[in-house]
Design a protein around this ligand. Structure first.
Ligand SMILES: Cc1cc2nc3c(=O)[nH]c(=O)nc-3n(C[C@H](O)[C@H](O)[C@H](O)COP(=O)(O)OP(=O)(O)OC[C@H]3O[C@@H](n4cnc5c(N)ncnc54)[C@H](O)[C@@H]3O)c2cc1C
Length: 383
């Protein structure tokens, strides 16, 4: 919606050019017919990842030496906005680009970077990250997947749940316990290739929304991972996860923001066109007050996200502030999209209206990447 301020970084001509390229790509490949097809199939076509790689949309922040564009997070945020404004977040580029690849860039050895990053930039390799388990989501330290050292390998056994990109991923960063008695200090990360013996995917999980994003369970049974594929040192996994979570939370908040703007756009159009009792729905004071309230919340959210992005770029985004961004924006997303759907009446409940998909898709944002309650715990720690 034009009234919500653009983030300051959109004044940069290169960021704007990149957003235009991304927008044009998505106008061709993420039409309503495409996104409906993704939802029906439970995943985007694998070929779309390679198309996006050819268009320069993958590995945007990966250094050029490894096939990326060597750009910064502003470009990631601009791309997220383009995806979110087109109901195209089923194509989980933000997870691949801005959550998983940075683990390799920041913590990978030279050999690991050379081996894995070029595929991530071309779209030959889709990445996922597997932390959550049936008994360990918020309580990551309670994970039960183990990695036992055996010569030059680790032997992984266990199970992960709710893994996004899990069906199409050919490489997964897996968190496992190398020392089950050591709590957080016993967690290690591994770069696991999905075609190694002992790696199995469960069926596509049947979700209430975000149907176009492939979410699966993963199973590891005596899966041998070479020591060379350990990411960072033994026992350093939890600290690496903690280091990366502020950015992951900002990525989630930017996606929620794009969905808020999309909801406002579609609702403003709807209330202007819908006629009731001889006048436009937009002429009712309730519609105006509801949308004024939504626009105010959205504007506050966007300005705060801009501030957080600036701090991320200065490497100054702490856990509490990133948690505030995720908490505030995703809670606002829930309230705003709900209010927008209400203004659509019964039509809002019909899948052909964009607001219905936004409503279904939004619900997970208050859960993944840390629930709203966990965000409050992290914020309270800063008091
Ligand atoms: C669509 C989707 C995609 C996902 N993608 C991924 C992925 O790619 N990779 C991955 O690793 N994970 C992924 N997840 C998992 C996600 O991160 C977890 O679902 C989330 O962290 C919550 O964990 P849980 O589901 O085990 O809930 P639980 O931890 O069991 O929480 C249940 C309830 O208890 C509350 N609670 C928990 N602890 C506390 C506390 N200390 N104080 C107060 N309340 C508390 C929670 O807020 C929640 O309301 C995904 C989840 C979904 C739904």
């Amino acid at each position: 919606m034009s009234r919500i301020p653009l983030p300051a970084f959109m004044n940069d001509q290169e960021v704007r050019l990149f957003a235009d390229v991304a927008g044009r790509f998505l106008d061709r490949h993420a039409t309503r017919a495409d996104t409906d097809a993704w939802r029906a199939a439970g995943a985007v076509p694998a070929s779309l990842w390679r198309e996006a790689g050819r268009a320069g949309l993958l590995g945007v922040t990966v250094p050029e030496a490894y096939g990326g564009a060597g750009a910064d997070f502003r470009f990631d945020a601009a791309l997220i906005n383009e995806l979110g404004r087109r109901d195209a977040l089923g194509f989980a580029i933000p997870l691949h680009n801005s959550v998983v690849l940075p683990y390799l860039v920041d913590f990978g050895t030279e050999l690991q970077k050379k081996k894995y990053l070029p595929g991530g930039c071309s779209g030959e390799t889709v990445f996922a990250i597997a932390m959550s388990e049936p008994a360990a989501g918020s309580d990551l330290q309670g994970m039960r997947t183990t990695a036992r050292r055996d010569g030059d390998d680790y032997v992984l056994n266990g199970q992960k749940i709710f893994i996004s990109n899990g069906l199409l991923a050919s490489v997964v960063i897996v968190a496992a316990k190398t020392d089950p008695a050591a709590g957080a200090k016993g967690i290690t990360l591994f770069i696991v290739e999905a075609d190694w013996p002992g790696f199995t995917r469960g069926r596509l999980l049947d979700k209430m929304g975000q149907e176009g994003r492939d979410t699966v369970e993963l199973f590891f049974s005596d899966l041998r991972v070479p020591v060379a594929n350990r990411l960072g040192g033994e026992g350093e996994g939890f600290a690496m996860l903690m280091k990366k979570l502020p950015q992951e939370r900002l990525v989630i908040a930017w996606q929620a923001m794009a969905m808020i703007e999309s909801a406002l756009d579609t609702t403003v159009t709807y209330v202007r066109e819908r006629k009731l009792f001889g006048k436009a729905l937009s002429d009712f004071q309730n519609s105006q007050f509801t949308l004024a309230d939504c626009l105010t919340q959205a504007t506050v959210a966007k300005v705060f996200l801009d501030h957080c992005t600036d701090r991320l770029l200065r490497e100054d985004l702490d856990h509490a502030t990133a948690s505030m961004a995720k908490l505030w924006v995703t809670e606002a997303q829930g309230r705003i999209i709900d209010a927008c759907l209400q203004l659509h009446g019964g039509y809002g409940y019909m899948s052909e209206y964009p607001i219905a998909n936004l409503y279904k898709d939004a619900r997970a944002y208050r859960i993944y990447g840390g629930t709203s309650e966990i965000m409050k715990l992290l914020i309270a720690r800063a008091l």
